[in-house]
Design a binder for this molecule. Structure first.
Ligand code: PMP
Length: 361
């Protein structure tokens, strides 16, 4: 069996030790005689899994006690509507920064429920940078201020948070959750689809400050009201049981094998430095993002020639470096180097790029 290095933007690689543990526990989880897939979500044994996952997430991310952690379904995209429905209820206004397709989609959904202002956008340069934000342009009485922290498709990240004063900051951290320490107390809401850095697809994590729960619009479907899930420990209905179990194993991996988020960040930075360092020295490949806003997780690059890009993707795939094609709306290449991508995977990629460059200059 030869495992490939998978540079997919999500779903993506999981740590091998997690996959092995899940495999070993597949038929008989801790002497229960059943797989976690088969368990009642109301069983005592499953209770230890979901409670364990929440406790670990709180510990690893250092989540303050006045925040609820919700384990939901529907993907990050469902939260694009849930956010305005739960929050846009005082002034009916919110500010959005448009840094790519995911922010754009979130904004479009919010505009259906209230006044969703665009305070800045980087659409003018194909989202290759994070716009400079001027707090004097922010809506003073906005119900929240929205950012997409790491832009999966374009490969940008906020290295500095906007100063929103008392207006709660809401951030989509789908493609950077658990990649580095983050000060949760600076946010009103953090949320993420789990299928990049946390688990397989099927789980959305919402971390929400308690005072922001319980004010939802009347039209909010029960399932989209955060209060429903906060009041029921994410057990109002069947949660994504197996995905939560894998998230727990991934969190155990981060805590025990990696050594926490400081260490995770160090490793991620080392991987990204290696790849960006090569891109900056290459005469063939070029990173597409301005250096100061580069993501540690998603690294888009091009040769400048669409045929050569296609050749690179094909040959990379043949060499076990898979899913490196850029997003269908952008072209070129994108290497997603999430937590579970080992350093050696990035080394192999850079070696391969060097060889490709020598042959195709
Ligand atoms: N936000 C970001 C930053 C994403 O990268 C994605 C998916 N790649 C989404 C939202 C949408 O997530 P989902 O597919 O879970 O709805």
């Amino acid at each position: 069996m030869a495992r490939v290095y998978n540079f997919s933007a999500g779903p993506s690689m999981l740590p091998e030790s997690v996959l092995k543990k899940a495999a070993a526990e597949m038929l008989d989880y801790e002497g229960s005689g059943q797989s976690v897939m088969e368990m009642s979500h109301r069983s005592k044994i499953y209770g230890t899994i979901i409670e364990g996952a929440e406790a670990l997430l709180r510990e690893v991310m250092n989540i303050p006690d006045n925040y609820k952690v919700l384990f939901l379904q529907g993907g990050a995209s469902t939260q694009f509507a849930a956010i305005p429905m739960n929050l846009m209820t005082k002034s009916g206004k919110a500010d959005y920064v448009i840094t790519g397709q995911w922010a754009k989609k979130a904004h479009a959904e919010a505009a259906r429920y209230g006044q969703a202002n665009v305070v800045a956008s980087s659409a003018d340069k194909t989202f290759t940078y994070i716009p400079k934000l001027d707090p004097s342009t922010f809506t003073k009485d906005a119900d929240y201020f929205y950012i997409c922290m790491n832009n999966t498709i374009y490969g940008t990240v906020y290295h500095e948070l906007p100063d929103t004063g008392d207006v709660p900051l809401v951030a989509d951290i789908s493609s950077c959750i658990l990649s580095r320490p983050i000060d949760v107390s600076k946010f009103g809401v953090l949320y993420a689809g789990a299928q990049k850095n946390m688990a397989p697809a099927g789980l959305t994590v919402v971390i929400v400050r308690e005072d922001l729960i319980g004010n939802a619009m009347d039209i909010t479907p029960t399932m989209l009201n955060w209060k429903t899930h906060a009041d029921n420990g994410s057990m109002f209905n069947t949660p994504p049981c197996y995905t939560i179990y894998i998230a727990k194993l991934v969190l155990e991996w981060i805590k025990n094998e990696v050594g926490g988020l400081d260490k995770m960040y160090e490793i991620n930075k080392k991987k990204a430095d290696l790849l960006y360092g090569f891109l900056d020295s290459s005469e063939l490949f070029k990173g597409t993002v301005v250096p100061e806003d580069r993501s540690l997780m998603n690294v888009p690059f091009v040769t400048g020639d669409a045929d050569l890009d296609a050749k690179f993707v094909k040959e990379a795939t043949e060499n076990g470096l898979v899913n490196i094609k850029g997003h269908r709306t952008v072209g070129g290449m994108r290497a997603s180097i999430y937590n579970a991508m080992p350093y050696e995977g990035v080394e192999k990629l850079v070696e391969f790029m060097k060889k490709f460059e020598a042959k195709n200059k």
